[in-house]
Design a protein around this ligand. Structure first.
Ligand SMILES: *Cc1c(COP(=O)(O)O)cnc(C)c1O
Length: 327
């Protein structure tokens, strides 16, 4: 593997854990989860793996301000705010949506961590690149060096986070003496899925990689990930040819829209919490996990002995939606 600059932020390796009670209840393959919700406490989740590479690049470019964007309850923005404070950098977040009257979940943590926040309406957010470059210019004019991290840190650099995670998974599988048919995740900005696809090949894992999108559609993710692959091959001394790699996105579980979940998703989150002590979230992991077990019930994983779900984090996203749970 080529040597890519990286800083240590996440607590790795994260555990791989079987969900035996749930698997028995469902009567399908054994479901394992990779506990990337445990990469840290407050910075937790999948974004921290990507930020190890993205922020290393920012520091190499002498950045003292991290600028990034996402939804009002963005886990990525919250993780970035933690990392900025941890490293003594400034953080400016551009959030899509209006400022809620109640500051909860990730947004509360962003505030607590001292990030500067700009709210943009959904219409304004369509011109996010313009806002990003204007804000970066303002920082430069004051003698700072800003670095803009794309949404979800999903680009040719952040993708290393999950390429690297595959090295861990390879070891996990050896330790547990398993050969899972599928490695499954949520897709929100595509970097996790893209990294898993390359890492699966690079580390010769031999599983199928599958994602359930929680926004946009299959076509969007296939195009986005192909673009990231091209940039990755171009920037790094690519040890893998990506052209022919399959990108499997199972569409149909977005529901009404991004960050809006139906009652079955909340019920699944509650069931998994009570049966296994694992907390999913309504925006990403709960939606994707619910999709996975729905497909399982339809017979999709019938032939499989073991499947692995990447728990990409998101716990704080539960708090602003707590009224949706039925107890
Ligand atoms: C961002 C996020 C995802 C989606 O990962 P992408 O790499 O953006 O596709 C999944 N789960 C959680 C909790 C996230 O915050």
């Amino acid at each position: 593997m080529p040597e890519i600059s990286r800083i240590k932020l996440a607590r790795l390796p994260t555990p791989l854990q079987p969900l035996d009670r749930l698997s028995n209840e469902l009567g399908g393959p054994r479901i394992w989860i990779k506990r990337d919700d445990q990469t840290d406490t407050v910075a937790s989740g999948n974004k921290l793996r990507k930020l190890e590479f993205t922020v290393a690049r920012a520091l190499a470019e002498d950045a003292n301000v991290l600028i990034t964007s996402g939804g009002v309850q963005s886990n990525h923005c919250r993780s970035t705010a933690v990392v900025a404070s941890h490293l003594g950098l400034q953080c400016h977040l551009i959030l899509r949506g209006s400022e809620p009257s109640e500051v909860d979940g990730n947004l509360f943590l962003d505030r607590l961590l001292g990030a500067r926040i700009t709210f943009l309406s959904k219409e304004q957010f369509r011109n996010i690149d313009q806002y990003l470059s204007d804000i970066a210019t303002q920082y430069r004019d004051r003698g700072n060096t800003p670095y803009s991290i794309p949404i979800g840190a999903s680009d040719e650099t952040g993708i290393w986070g999950y390429i690297n995670c595959c090295g861990e998974l390879k070891q996990d599988f050896q330790d547990r003496q398993i050969q899972p048919d599928y490695i499954i995740s949520a897709a929100g900005s595509g970097g996790t899925l893209g990294g898993l696809i390359i890492g699966n090949v690079l580390h010769e894992i031999g599983s199928k990689i599958l994602a359930f999108n929680v926004c946009d559609d299959e076509e969007y993710f296939v195009n986005k990930i192909r673009e990231d692959f091209k940039r990755w091959e171009h920037r790094y001394d690519s040890p893998v040819v990506t052209d022919h790699l399959p990108i499997s996105v199972v569409d149909g579980y977005v529901g009404v829209g991004y960050a809006i979940a139906g009652q079955p998703v909340f019920n699944t989150i509650r069931r998994v919490a009570q049966l296994e002590g694992v907390i999913l979230d309504p925006v990403y992991t709960g939606k994707a996990f619910h999709a996975m077990i729905t497909e399982l019930k339809k017979g999709r994983f019938r032939e499989s002995k073991d499947i692995v779900f990447i728990h990409t984090g998101g716990i704080y996203g539960n708090f602003p939606q707590k009224d949706q749970f039925v107890f």
